[in-house]
Design a binder for this molecule. Structure first.
Ligand code: CAA
Ligand code: NAD
Length: 284
């Protein structure tokens, strides 16, 4: 199952990073978003990352141009789906939205195409069930920032075929990543472990135990985390953090996963972290 052409759905922080990393690995990439503004923003982010690599002497200007030349931006899902060997969906963390995208992809993509989701926590088996090719649906969970982080969690849905798993594992390696196999349970491994820690850090602020700065200092200097949990929550996006906590809470039915009310409040206020300019911290 050779994968030459991939399509990435959603040009947000994850989709743009996946598109960049795929193009740097020599793949032809089609990047789609639903509107011109987010598509352009995604392309600008990719250009910015590559220009930084040029300035650091890691790649030449010609290499940067070749990578950019392998990324085809489009606004229509039909165009992205038509010739793809593999599609990686990276739209918002919401089952209804993802199900709608997968239903359309199932109709539009070639029969051999693998449909992967970059979901942080939603059940792959449930996403697969809206298609007529559940054996070709799989989770391919990249970490943020994609060009830097080595891990790809590869999630087997209940019906994912072995050859599909093998093809995706191979592709992750080609993209310079280390694939780790996990089964399909809420939050998989990464967010089952990470997100309750972030949620607990938010509770510490909510209950007045310490300021966000103090909580982050404790975890950075005391536990050697590269970013404190609240800086990381702002970086991931507080809306995404809340979606993930809700999926853990609903999926396990255990009160230990209840999202902190302060997280809900910030998301309701539109304080989504770095991407909206304000979260636990403010950004330019
Ligand atoms: N995009 C691309 N490259 C980036 C980047 C970005 N947003 N941010 C930093 N980099 C690159 C820099 O260019 C630099 O590259 P070189 O080594 O080639 O110079 C390298 O990363 C290190 O950057 P800095 O020296 O500026 O900063 P740093 O040492 O603080 O590292 C970091 C930045 C890698 C982001 C680091 O802070 C880190 O590892 N943070 C934690 C990230 C993390 O936990 N990610 C997982 C989030 S959870 C998730 O993704 C799953 C989910 O479903 C929510
Ligand atoms: P984001 O908000 O930065 O980007 C989402 C993009 O999808 C936006 O540009 C939006 O316009 C686009 N979009 C929405 N609906 C669409 C549709 N129907 N068709 C085409 N484009 C559409 O979000 P993100 O942080 O990139 O997260 C995307 C996915 O990746 C989520 O499932 C998230 O859980 C997952 N994820 C996020 C992180 C993280 O740290 N942020 C890490 C790993 C996985």
């Amino acid at each position: 199952m050779e994968i030459k052409r991939i399509s990435v759905i959603g040009a947000g922080q994850m989709g743009s990073g996946i598109a960049q990393t795929g193009a740097q690995a020599g793949l032809d990439v089609t990047l789609v978003d639903m509107a011109e503004a987010p598509l352009q923003k995604g392309l600008e982010r990719i250009k910015g990352n590559l220009q930084r690599d040029v300035q650091k002497g890691k790649i030449s200007v010609q290499e940067m141009e070749a990578v950019l030349g392998r990324i085809r931006p489009v606004l229509k899902l039909e165009e992205a789906a038509a010739e793809a060997d593999l599609v990686i969906e990276a739209v918002v963390e919401n089952m209804e939205v993802k199900a709608d995208v997968f239903r359309k992809l199932d109709v539009l993509c070639p029969k051999h195409a693998i449909l992967a989701s970059n979901t942080s926590s939603l059940p792959i088996t449930e996403i697969a069930a809206v298609t007529k090719r559940p054996e070709k649906v799989i989770g391919m969970h990249f970490m943020n920032p994609v060009p830097v982080m080595k891990l790809v969690e590869v999630i087997r849905g209940l019906q994912t075929a072995d050859e599909v798993f093998a093809a995706v594992e191979q592709l992750a390696k080609r993209m310079g990543k280390v694939p780790v196999e996990v089964n399909d349970f809420p939050g998989f491994v990464s967010n089952r472990v990470l997100m309750p820690m972030i949620n607990e850090a938010i509770y510490a602020v909510y209950e007045g135990v310490a300021t966000p700065e103090a909580v982050d200092q404790v975890m950075k200097l005391g536990m050697n985390h590269p970013m404190g949990p609240l800086t990381l929550a702002d970086f991931i996006g507080l809306d995404t953090c809340l979606y993930i906590m809700e999926i853990l809470y609903e999926g396990f039915g255990d009160s230990k996963y209840r999202p902190c009310p302060l997280l809900r409040k910030y998301v309701k206020a539109g304080w989504l972290g770095r991407k909206s300019g304000r979260g636990f911290y403010t950004y330019e």
